[in-house]
Design a protein around this ligand. Sequence first.
Ligand code: GDP
Ligand code: MG
Length: 735
Amino acid sequence: MDICVALGGNPNAGKTTLFNALTGSRQHVGNYPGVTVDRKEGRYVQNGHDMHIVDLPGTYSLTAYSVEEVVARDFLVNECPQVTINIVDASNLERNLYLTIQFLELGIPTCVALNMIDVARSRGIEVDHQKLTRLLGVPVIPIVARSGLGKQALMDAVARVAEAPRPQPLRVSYGRDLETAIQEMEPLISENAFLTAFYPTRWIALKYLENDAQILEKGRSTDRAVSDQLEAVTRKVSAHIEETLETYPEAMIADHRYGFISSLLKQGILKEYHDRNRLFLSDRIDKVLVNRFAGPLIMFGVLFALYQFVFTYSEVPVGWCETFFEWLADTISGQLADGLLKSLIVSGIIDGVGGVLGFVPLILFMFFGIAILEDSGYLARVAFMLDRVFQMFGLHGSSVMAYIVSGGIAGGCAVPGVMATRTLRSPKERIATLLTAPFMNCGAKLPVFALLIAAFFPAHQARMMFILTLISWSGALLAAKFLRLTVVKGPSTPFVMELPPYRLPTFRGLMIHTWERTWQYVKKAGTVILGISVLLWAAMTFPRMPDGQIETYAAQRSQIIAAAPAAAVAELEQPLGDSPLSSDAARLKSELLVVQGRQSAEALRHSLAGRIGSTLEVVSRWAGFDWRTNIALLGGFAAKEVIVSTLGTAYSLGDVDAQGGDSLSARLVAEPGWRVLTAWSVIIFVMFYAPCFITVVCISRESSWRWGLFSMVFNTSLAFLLAVGIYQVGSALGY
Ligand code: GDP
Ligand code: MG
């Protein structure tokens, strides 16, 4: 078999030595076309192998900074050697692996020759090459090039790699900002088949971010329009990173690659590992923060402190918001005549969208806290620690990031979470992650929880949020285990997590990150949620009660007024100042309100949504949900924020106190159907039931529509079972 093998590595890794050991006298020296870089070629003919070997110029990187790098890369891409031997200096592993990562990212079949193990050993360093093989996904063969030790094993491995199918390119994840940019660039590249004949899609995007001169030039001459768009994305993200993190994409990419290597080496690859690199301080901090025992405790402490901070400091501004929307509703009610328009504006829009917007301060504080954790690099450590736990539940270390992005700490979004599962290479682990990441407490569930917590657990807000976080993680992990034991059975794959160095977040960066995400929440409330609220308001208003019934209520009111003392009626008709009503007038008022309330409730029941909600009560009663809650939960299929807005509208439309003005949480507490147990049941149901519509679309796009459908059915059944369990057991125990 005649196969072409390239030999690449850092300068002084021992390439020439290995080349000579392999080819003996069968070699000749030429030049790479156009440049004065030696091109040495030779043959390896032994043990049934016949291979053509090319010694590449030594490089530290595959980005087009120097002639050597361009020559090496062009050779790999244009002449397509079947296998590349990456020779690595074992005594200087961290630095050498930097190039290895880039070979793997380029997706070329690679075999690592772990050279100079004699030198490494003499310095007291032992490399676990089997573990490294598993983590990198390519064979790692220890050799001593100078003595020829391991040469045969190496070439046998090369032959095996040559026969194996071409590997998937390695995906290192580069942090939220860059990943967003890459996600934006990838479709542009693949849809236009832009340079994809030569390079992997993601790799091209990365090279644009790295400002790779050669790729930029090639890109411009291939397709100016696409290349302009890619450059624009690069400029945008560069400016953003410059502003928030005071760095630039190239440096960030390098940081994450080193982070990847650093965490790889932390998994017991090196015995006797003396760290002399620039991550020194970070490693010292990590000794404590990711310590086997102290680490998890610190993590829980940080989480609890975050919730304490969020709920303590957001309470006052959330109160202001509530007061503002109550005032707005009152004022507008006073200005408009009774009728559909008033109902739409007050019940549909203000009580609906206002309920969602009222939580902006809380969301803002939560995002601020998360920005600190993320920008400082602590979040990556959380993922690192949880990795061990995740493996036990049949998930992959990369699933941790998908969970956190989906709202693992609270306040994320399952849509980018679902996208983040792209870093998972095993399809089964990926499906399990896709299906369970929506169990996290995303930013849209947060107002639902905050509402119910404020109403029913006012004394323990942070503690409740902490408990809910634990419940969602446990639920997600158990569900994942269940899925991995049933529908997506299969072995688990090894994993390396990036551990970027710690950095002190800049105030400006924190502000921008917080603001970006908060603004998204506000924007969604003002557009999508507003639209759905109005639709649901219509469903809760039409069809209207028959005129006959409306007249019956009007007649009842007239009767009450006729029976009341004239003075009281007059007093009610012209309320003067804030002086308290006389007892007669107060009684009259409350009697009228009871009728009004009954009428509103019946009108709501008569509406389309009311009928559906009432029909569902047959089943939902088991979980303690009344028909109005059903309406809200149905609305939540579209988007979870809608639960709050729909509850707001439903309890406003069907309100017994027709004057409005009470906050939704106060209304719920006053409602006879609601108690602490109901709140628990609703919270758990909301936590686990079907992902919102957009997430289902994403899940379908990332896997297949079958899995999208599965996620709706599976999650809703699970959620309902849990809610029924809680409600029934709780009721039986007398709660
Ligand atoms: P290149 O720059 O990658 O071509 O590296 P060379 O092949 O020129 O090797 C650099 C130096 O490392 C030379 O002095 C080699 O003799 C030495 N060297 C190469 N491989 C080994 C090895 O396995 N063990 C030891 N001790 N020295 C080696
Ligand atoms: Mg050399």
